[in-house]
Write a protein of this length. Structure first.
Lengths: 446, 446
């Protein structure tokens, strides 16, 4: 009988859960500091809520749930598993308009399911970690989103991350200026987006196939790639004079974001990336991506999308957000060994040995004293069949195998003197202290 | 267009999530103190893993997921949504036998899905909160499970809960002694279990229909109901002499649990309930249930089930566990108003007003100072189109509507003097303090 998880799904054993929870807690805590509030939506949505929202490819990847009861025999589906966190957010904004604040800042950290072909690092159940601010067009929103994201990465111990930023209106203006007709903006950006993969010749060839001349290709290669301008302020002024109104708006937004981020932890990491396009479908303003050198792909990304959230309510509702790549963050932190020892470590701070054959009452009471004082205590569950050292040794081995750093023993001497002997399992050192002092003993040593 | 959640499913808006998270955190924290470790399994399991494990009725209530790709047209299912946390635990124990400790103590707090008819308080997606200790037959396990459960309820602010306890072997012995044939133990217990609903006459009638005499009915009514024995120790001794070996084992286990719990917070709440039967299928030893007076049904329950966990590995693996009823705990706490103010409250500790038309940089930097100091700060996102009081009033109203307790203003005087004016939104009191002192000001007031 197959006892593994279903294809593309994962079981998270205790150490996995602790690592995941650690990162989730850091993210949630930082975003709460910025006034973002938690939202949770059900794993199961009406199929009609999801269908048609993710394109043809997306529709194919939705897990569909069979009708029950009367409809069960038809083989039809009426429900589906959550595919992302954006469509549910749009639904929630439409449904609870009166109950939600005008500026609704929410974070949502929940799993989504996609019937993708599983590969290394790609799963069918994975967490998304979305942070969105709804209802304001102010660039203060973007500055706060990036500032908070930077705080998250700094708190997690990243020092070398880069926040690449660009602007959809700036991209559009550059394309227009270069002579790309509006209806080809999308395909041209897709081609430019892979310039680093296909090279200059590839870009020329593919643009040519779309009927765009070599001159246009060269202009785009010059304008939408290369390292950031040496003098950003001067570059912005130049662009403002040569680009159309869209371009000027884009530049002005970027100017504000750079200025506002200066006093935040995002400032030192923020870099203009003229080639950044980030998909195409729904972004309308600033777009951003968070990267580290040792990971192809990004650790997070997002942007402003002023026309999407109203999809269910039929109004235009401005919004901007960022999605942090929880699974990728975990991979990089794992590879780099970035988890604090306390997170990867053990199920308990100390294990209480059962030395006497028939005194579980004594050991449970002692364990509970420590627990009430905030210590995580494992009580060895099986009382030995006879008193003494031999039994104790087996329990010591058990604690050692589990990586529990301290073991506490109350044997004959200790019971008589109201003391406890504490053994440091790493150093082998033992100390005997009054029972009332025991907590400070091993807390200080750890 | 329907923007509500699917039938029987719920959206959790921020205040809901905060309440749920508060309870989950208390539960997880307490169980961690007892050395229990977190486990998470995927929402989606292979259909064959679940099917046939929950009886005919259970099988009907499993949400089944349509095949994708080649099988999509057949209308067949190959996957299903998690129905409980016990079958996945049994699967995990079989799959990772070599990686898991011999005594595996795990808690698992995740949603499950059942295609039940939705009713008041019954949902199709709800959280289970299971705590199980696997691999030991010691009654220390039961004592720790109950001690931890009692700690949870005490920490949540419950004072009046009762932990009812009984033993399956004791029940079996009483039934045997009364003359109920072994094959009727199950049905007899189901009938006795509803004695308080159907009354003495109902019990006689229903037992009679199963061929059990009025004399048997009267014996069972006397033995399996009524308030707890006045002298528990004496009652236990009496039972031990008159019951069979099973009954003696049950009494001895209960005696140990009562003794071990004495020094724990469970002790004061533990009560023998001779009528407690708790389902029938898989319990083999002590069984327990946690109750409060103002809730029909229980806040949690569990017991020992030594034959279930091995269902996938084919070995007998002893286990005992308790499942806390998260959704019910939330209902009772909500009705009683038991959530601390900090939990139900607001998205932020303070809102920073944007007073000047064009100084978002100033306000963002100030907000970030506070955030770095651990304060949850909402920055009003839209800069006003002109400086001053009128705009400020609108922002004050916004803070008030959102229930944010303090508002911080840096206007002209404050900017000149490097001060901040903080208004307590409840009392209306205002104080102006040096910018470096502002945190202590409103933290002290709150």
């Amino acid at each position: 009988m197959n006892t593994g998880p279903a294809r593309g799904m994962r079981d998270f054993l205790p150490e996995d859960v602790r690592r995941r929870q650690y990162v989730i807690d850091v993210i949630a805590d930082v975003y709460q500091k910025y006034g973002f509030e938690p939202l949770e939506t059900p794993a199961v949505e009406n199929l009609e809520t999801l269908q048609g929202k993710y394109g043809e490819e997306g529709d194919r990847l939705i897990f569909k749930i069979l009708k029950r009861g009367e409809g069960a025999e038809t083989g039809q589906a009426d429900l589906a598993l959550r595919y992302d966190l954006t469509v549910p957010l749009a639904r929630v904004v439409a449904e609870y308009r009166g109950k939600l604040p005008r500026f609704f800042k929410r974070y949502q950290i929940q799993p989504v399911w996609r019937a993708d072909r599983p590969q290394k690092g790609r799963f069918r159940e994975f967490y998304q970690c979305d942070v969105d601010a709804i209802g304001s067009t102010s660039m203060a929103v973007e500055a706060e989103l990036l500032s908070a994201a930077a705080d998250v990465f700094v708190k997690l111990g990243f020092e070398d991350f880069q926040i690449a930023i660009n602007h959809r209106k700036l991209l559009n203006a550059v394309l227009a200026q270069a002579g790309v007709p509006a209806e080809l903006h999308g395909v041209a950006l897709v081609i430019m987006d892979k310039a680093d993969k296909i090279g200059v010749d590839g870009v020329r060839k593919e643009l040519g196939e779309k009927g765009l001349s070599a001159a246009i290709a060269d202009t785009l290669l010059q304008q939408l790639s290369g390292s950031p301008p040496a003098d950003l302020a001067q570059w912005m002024t130049e662009q403002s004079t040569r680009l159309n109104h869209d371009g000027q708006t884009g530049i002005e937004d970027l100017r504000q974001i750079f200025a506002l981020c200066q006093s935040t932890s995002a400032g030192a990491h923020l870099v203009l990336d003229r080639s950044l396009a980030r998909g195409l479908s729904y972004y309308t303003g600033p777009i951003f991506e968070i990267r580290v050198a040792d990971l192809a792909g990004s650790l997070g990304g997002g942007g402003r999308y002023d026309n999407l959230i109203g999809m269910f309510s039929g109004e235009a509702i401005p919004a901007s957000g960022i999605s942090l790549g929880l699974e990728r963050i975990l991979v990089v932190m794992g590879e780099r060994g970035m988890f604090p020892a306390a997170v990867v470590s053990t199920p308990a701070d100390v294990m209480v040995v059962q030395w006497f054959a028939n005194r579980t009452d004594l050991y449970l009471a002692f364990a509970n004293e420590l627990r009430q004082a905030g210590v995580r205590v494992e009580l060895y569950p099986d009382a030995p069949s006879e008193d003494g050292k031999k039994i104790g040794d087996r329990q010591f081995k058990y604690a050692s195998a589990r990586g529990i750093p301290f073991v506490a023993v109350i044997g004959g001497d200790e019971l008589a003197n109201n003391t406890v002997t504490v053994k440091n399992m790493k150093t082998g050192q033992q100390v005997t202290v009054p029972r009332s002092d025991v907590r400070s003993t091993f807390v200080e040593q750890s």
